[in-house]
Design a protein around this ligand. Structure first.
Ligand SMILES: [Zn+2]
Length: 260
């Protein structure tokens, strides 16, 4: 038998252990962005915080009907929650998936469509950085120095494990965003569903696979009108639901393969 080197051995252990942090129901944390005094983007008589809570609540209703899924929300009311508390909430429940829901705004009112963000290790493009800085306003580099310090104190094995965890999580997050984009493929808005990467606080600090969905642009008059309609909100929730279920099936299938 060929001996595994440390990195391969660690990879095997991490992939087995990290595939599912919890057993039993698949736990999804929905995170409606903003809330309370933080309205998020406000355009065309729509407050982002209100809109995303509606979409998330509709999605929650769909997920609750699925016996294999347990759904939790970082907020169910219009109230302030700090970004670190959203992350802590997901971590404390050992969630399998973190889905943050937001709505977009742009200086160009022609900008439209759904966007999916996941955290990558590659340098994000400038536009994404700008958007991330808008969504991260509440935190801005808080505790960064302390975190860097803590990392430098860790040993090699810990660093490798952390690196592999990050890679595993990144690939899962990418798979999740691809599944989401796929769900939009047969839609009239297909060409407008894009995958981007940006260091949003909530998707970079959570340890489970995570995605941030921008459901549309409040600054685009046609899209804003559509986003206000309950039918379109239902449609958004249904599409996200379909993608999450499809992602869960992929995870279940790959786990079954690992175990056999
Ligand atoms: Zn937002």
């Amino acid at each position: 038998m060929k001996l595994l080197n440390l990195r391969q051995f660690t990879l095997a252990v991490v992939l087995t252990a990290a595939a599912r942090p919890s057993y039993g129901a698949f736990q999804i944390v929905l995170d409606p962005g903003h809330g309370g005094t933080d309205h998020g983007a406000v355009h065309s008589n729509i407050k982002e915080a209100e809109l995303v809570l509606k979409v998330a609540s509709k999605l929650k209703v769909l997920l609750e009907k699925n016996p294999d899924i347990q759904v939790l929300m970082t907020r169910v009311q219009d109230r302030n929650i700090a970004l670190p508390d959203r992350v802590k909430f997901a971590e404390s429940h050992k969630a399998d998936l973190f889905v943050s829901i937001h709505a977009n705004a742009a200086s160009d009112e022609r900008a439209k469509g759904v966007e999916f963000f996941f955290q990558n290790n590659l340098p994000p493009d400038e536009e994404s950085l700008f958007l991330a800085s808008q969504e991260n306003q509440a935190v801005i580099a808080a505790n960064k120095e302390a975190h860097d310090d803590e990392l430098s104190k860790k040993g090699d094995v810990a660093a490798i494990i952390e690196d592999l965890h990050r890679q595993n999580r990144m690939m899962s997050s990418l798979r999740l965003t691809q599944t989401l984009t796929h769900t939009w493929e047969n839609d009239a808005l297909a060409s407008q569903a894009t995958i981007k990467q940006a260091p949003f606080y909530v998707i970079s600090k959570t340890s489970m696979p995570a995605v941030l969905i921008e459901v549309g642009f409040l600054t685009n008059p046609r899209e804003a009108k559509r986003l206000l309609s309950a039918d379109y909100q239902n449609d958004l929730a249904q599409k996200i639901y379909n993608a999450l279920v499809s992602y869960k099936e992929k995870v279940d299938n790959s786990e079954a393969k690992t175990l056999n």
